[in-house]
Design a protein around this ligand. Structure first.
Ligand code: C5P
Length: 465
């Protein structure tokens, strides 16, 4: 990691010089959890040094927005979690006045540019071993070693970007290094555990029912059914008047919970194989209140994703910057609305199976009227992790504004075969006068509503090829 550190040392020095001379710096970041976290870390590390710095969260970067940013007359721009695909446009709009800190794949010739610090350029797999948050954490360390207290945020970003793909859902690469810092400083604890949402904070049956990744047929959302099955199993669910949480159960009791869950999944005709995904490295943030979603890194990530998706990324930023008062309360309310919206969409899809059309391993989901565009990504993610879909490619489309369609696509973890959805979405989107892009396993597009059929045909052709 020495070359990466040396590189960040050099760009940090450059930014601190700009800060010292009072130049105005704009940090522009993506609105998902990894974007909110990485942008917040770059922002706070510079702000702590007295920089004149502003943070802005955006859903997507495009050439129009680059022109708008250029006209705002900041002296320097730092892009986190976006920009890698638009390096040439950034150069023509901003000249030498920008830096990209990112982990998205990029063209070979852009990788070596002085304005780009991208994980792939340092031998890291930006899809698995480094997210923007762990990159931003390294930057923050170069700004000042005391920023080690940001290590938990890097870990949250890695997990939120689904980079927990090592054995037992562990972290690897640069993400693992951030986790090691957090553990060494007593800020995080790692334990093998059941990875249900709210392990430390919610009654057991609620934890189990809330877990939607993977989607467990007969379990996800079925609070009453789980409660009665857990009772029947003889598990003691209360201690005095208060409900016990999963984290207080003994190993034998946890086994019992797993058996109950497996039984419910099996009796609803679901696939019990996905239950194995629920055991792995639980990461607890020791400094967070035990009764907030921030305590568990996976829930922390979901909370930030919810803020971004629901149009309130600033609330997420405030939480990352340390507000555990009003901002946290607001973020928790947003999280609950987000979960309800996703639950309603999944329910509507299950009541109207004609909206889901499968041919071989390619599945289209038509969400007009039942899936809000801002919730399409998480809904398609959840669907792709559901039994029957994990070996598929799922492409969802739903109305966005008056005349557009939002598209979200995901490759299931068990899908056999090489595919780069980012490339497919970009090409198919552009072919119908829209825009698209993303990662190999998760990508999206925005297209004119009139072009839905042409777009779907393109996707079918490209994937068949
Ligand atoms: O919105 P969704 O969650 O489906 O996006 C998946 C991925 O595709 C994200 O990384 C997002 O930034 C990317 N994307 C993109 N261009 C779009 C839509 C999504 O690059 N027009």
């Amino acid at each position: 990691m020495e070359p990466l550190k040396a590189r960040f040392d050099s760009v940090a020095r450059g930014l601190l010089d700009l800060a010292a001379s009072g130049r105005r710096i704009l940090v522009v970041t993506h609105i998902d959890a990894d974007g909110i976290l990485s942008g917040s870390m770059v922002f706070s590390s510079l702000a702590k040094k007295g920089a004149n710095v502003v943070l802005r969260c955006i859903p997507d970067l495009d050439p129009g927005l680059i022109s708008e940013l250029a006209s705002q007359r900041y002296d320097f721009y730092v892009f986190t979690d976006l920009g890698s695909a638009l390096v040439r446009e950034l150069e023509s709009g901003l000249g030498q006045r920008f830096l990209v800190i990112d982990h998205h794949q990029l063209a070979e010739e852009d990788m070596k540019k002085a304005a780009v610090v991208n994980a792939w350029d340092f031998g890291l797999d930006g899809g698995r071993e480094a997210c923007s948050s762990s990159m931003a954490y390294e930057f923050a360390l170069s700004v000042d070693p005391s920023n080690r207290d940001l290590s938990p945020l890097a870990v949250v970003g890695a997990v939120a970007d689904r980079q927990d793909g090592g054995p037992d859902r562990s972290l690897t690469g640069l993400n693992k290094m951030a986790l090691e810092d957090a553990v060494a400083d007593g800020l995080a604890r790692v334990s093998k555990d059941l990875l249900f949402i709210g392990r430390e904070t919610r009654p057991v049956h609620e934890s189990v029912a809330l877990t939607s990744t993977p989607y467990l047929k007969g379990v996800t959302g079925n609070k009453e059914g789980i409660l009665s099955s857990l009772h029947q199993s003889g598990l003691v669910l209360k201690e005095g008047a208060s409900w016990r949480t999963l984290s207080t159960l003994t190993e034998d009791e946890k086994k019992k919970v797993t058996e109950v869950v497996a039984g419910l999944v099996a009796s609803s005709g679901g696939n019990t194989g996905s239950i194995a995904e629920l055991v792995g490295d639980a990461i607890t943030l020791a400094g967070e209140d035990a009764f907030t979603p921030l305590r568990d890194v996976r829930e922390f990530g979901t909370l930030l994703n919810a803020c971004g998706r629901m149009g309130e990324p600033g609330t997420g930023v405030s939480v990352c910057l340390g507000d555990r008062g009003n901002s946290l309360a607001a973020a928790m309310a947003i999280l609950s609305q987000y979960r309800m919206g996703i639950g309603r969409a999944l329910q509507a899809l299950s009541e109207d199976p004609a909206r889901i059309t499968a041919s071989g391993w390619l599945v289209f989901v038509h969400g007009d009227g039942v899936i809000e565009d801002k919730l399409l990504g998480p809904v398609i993610s959840i669907l792709t992790s559901s039994p029957g879909y994990t070996d598929k490619i799922v492409v969802g489309l739903t109305k966005s504004g008056e005349s557009d369609l939002k598209v979200s696509s995901r490759v299931g973890d068990a899908h056999q075969g090489e595919v780069n959805l980012g490339v497919v979405m970009r090409a198919a989107g552009e072919a119908v006068r829209g825009v698209g892009g993303g990662h190999s396993m998760a990508a999206g597009a925005k297209i004119p509503a009139t072009e839905a059929e042409a777009f779907e045909r393109m996707v079918v052709e490209m994937l068949a090829g």
